[in-house]
Design a protein around this ligand. Structure first.
Ligand SMILES: [Zn+2]
Ligand SMILES: [Zn+2]
Length: 184
């Protein structure tokens, strides 16, 4: 979570309005004299605000000093995750680092949700989805800067990934090759 905590502070430095909104949200949830949020209050809040998410141990993961309460800094990490990451469509957990997104849904209507999976669910292949081509978030980012510039995004991603984008054909080896630094 260390990188995510750093990214959280950068994000809210650049988005002070969102930080103010998060501050109000946090204040409404505090139940202790010290102005902290209990795990129970956070879980209730999560169920109401993010019904698509079923991350049962998120509160514990956010609790940096493991004292059973969330500080405002912990709460900001939660806001940052939901502002920037998808929830896995299969296990319903918030994605923290890597996710696999369906290319066809990614290229679809902007208002519609993309179809994203965490690595475990993608590898396990237990999900049911009509489209077969997936790629991960890092491959998408790497691909943006590659020429030619006039090729649509989906074409570029498919070209960059090149092999094994079919969900059924994927093994651990191919997934590792997609990870950052592997030089797609
Ligand atoms: Zn999952
Ligand atoms: Zn799809």
């Amino acid at each position: 979570m260390e990188d995510i905590r750093l990214a959280t502070s950068i994000f809210f430095e650049q988005n002070s309005q969102l930080k103010n909104i998060a501050q109000t949200e946090f204040s409404n949830l505090t139940r202790t004299k010290q102005g902290l949020v209990t795990m129970k209050a956070f879980d209730e809040h999560l169920r109401q605000r993010q019904p698509e998410c079923l991350s049962s141990n998120l509160a514990a993961e956010l609790d940096a000093n493991n004292d059973g309460y969330l500080t405002f800094e912990d709460f900001l990490v939660y806001r940052y995750l939901f502002q920037t990451r998808p929830v896995c469509r299969h296990c319903k957990a918030i994605v923290k680092l890597v996710f696999y997104t369906c290319l066809e849904c990614f290229a679809g209507k902007l208002k519609e949700r993309t179809y994203d999976l965490c690595p475990m669910c993608y590898l396990g292949n237990k999900f049911s989805h009509p489209h077969k081509q997936f790629t991960n978030n890092y491959a998408v980012v790497n691909n943006i800067r590659k020429p030619p510039k006039d090729v649509p995004m989906v074409g570029k991603v498919a070209m960059a990934v090149g092999v094994g984008v079919s969900a059924n054909a994927l093994g651990t080896e191919v997934i590792d090759a997609f990870l950052p630094g592997a030089g797609n």
